[in-house]
Design a protein around this ligand. Sequence first.
Ligand code: FPP
Length: 244
Amino acid sequence: MAQELLNPTRIPKHIAVIMDGNGRWAKKQGLMRVRGHEKGAKAVRQTVETCAELGVEHLTLYAFSTENWKRPKLEIDTLMRLLVSSLKKELPTLQKNNISLKAVGVLELLPKTAQRELAEVIEATKHNNRMNLTLALSYGSREELITVIKNVANQVKEGTLEIEQIDTEVINQHLYTSYMPDVDLLIRTSGEQRISNFLLWQIAYAELYFTEVLWPDFRKEHLVEAIHNYQDRERRFGKTSEQL
Ligand code: FPP
């Protein structure tokens, strides 16, 4: 699918990606799972650069879930090492492309080295304004919503918020993702068709796109295909076709 076939006026503002299939990719090649993650980390760059090029304003990647902490230690260590090395390596690319890095999740659970590297890259890129690249790390949507509920409840308890004032906007403001709009297009690779506790609130009206391609094989052409598919759909947000 050629990039020129896309309608430049209907590029999704916010794309979120569940990068799945690294383990299966490795198994297919007779390699250890961690090799799949290494290859998966390399695949991130093309998606980031293509999104920036197309004018996507927010790209959110599910890099490590709260449930991923249950994986074998060797795999967790590898993923954390990959995160640190990718951050170091990709900082010049982020600067060159005017991309601001952000992170959402329970970041305090990450190893200190990863927290430090992340904080440095976030700080170094905070004035970039072409695209926000958000890594969901140690992230789970239910955990995020529980945190929101506790914070909102505290405000009510302290008397700074009335129960009647709680609406969509109040919830949005308390989410880790408060700086971004709702997801327009959610992509999941590897053929699995589930959400796996990712941005449950934020995908309320997202278009969902599932592809059989395993994440390490995901390239620009696959992303363009996903956006093309999105552009072919009619987003009604609960209205009828005639009302749009
Ligand atoms: C899912 O594949 C992928 C992950 C749990 C981690 C995603 C991480 C990366 C792509 C690399 C690091 C990312 C950055 C941003 C540097 P899986 O292991 O669940 O695959 P499987 O379902 O085939 O076993």
